[in-house]
Design a protein around this ligand. Structure first.
Ligand code: ZN
Ligand code: ZN
Length: 137
């Protein structure tokens, strides 16, 4: 079984899981744009069970997601890297930010979320499902 692991930019926070990712989705919501400082985030959904985090500098911030339910975003308090989120509408799961993986190329996006707030200069693969919001909303 392969391990999915990653870390923040400064290396103070590291995580790993033995579980295979359930799905990978590119999220174009405005919260992900704010938090990442980029046009979107690449979210890798994994089971909470078996997901392990180490690091004294882990911080978090909670806000209401598009569903009105809270999303708690975990990040490194030392370097600011966005690492993963806990989404109230998805109990038992964590959402890893793929850019923090040791090898982000191992995951393959299967869908795009919040396409209505996607930046006009981002090319979206139209062969993939592209939801205006999140499919569970
Ligand atoms: Zn860090
Ligand atoms: Zn988002």
């Amino acid at each position: 079984m392969s391990t999915l692991n990653g870390s923040c930019l400064c290396g103070n926070v590291q995580y790993s899981t033995l579980a295979a990712p359930l799905v990978t989705a590119v999220c174009h919501c405005t919260d992900c744009q704010k938090q990442s400082g980029s046009a979107f985030s690449i979210n890798v959904v994994v089971p909470a069970e078996g997901f392990e985090v180490e690091g004294l500098s882990l911080s978090s911030f909670a806000s209401d997601g598009g569903s009105g339910m809270p999303v708690r975003r975990f990040f490194c308090g030392a370097c600011g890297s966005a690492l993963y989120s806990e989404v109230a509408t998805m109990p038992g799961l964590f959402v890893i930010k793929a850019g923090t993986l040791s090898d982000p190329s191992v995951v393959q996006p299967a869908m795009h979320l919040w396409c209505r707030s996607a930046q006009p200069w981002v090319a979206i693969d139209r062969a993939l499902p592209c939801f205006e919001q999140a499919p569970t909303d």
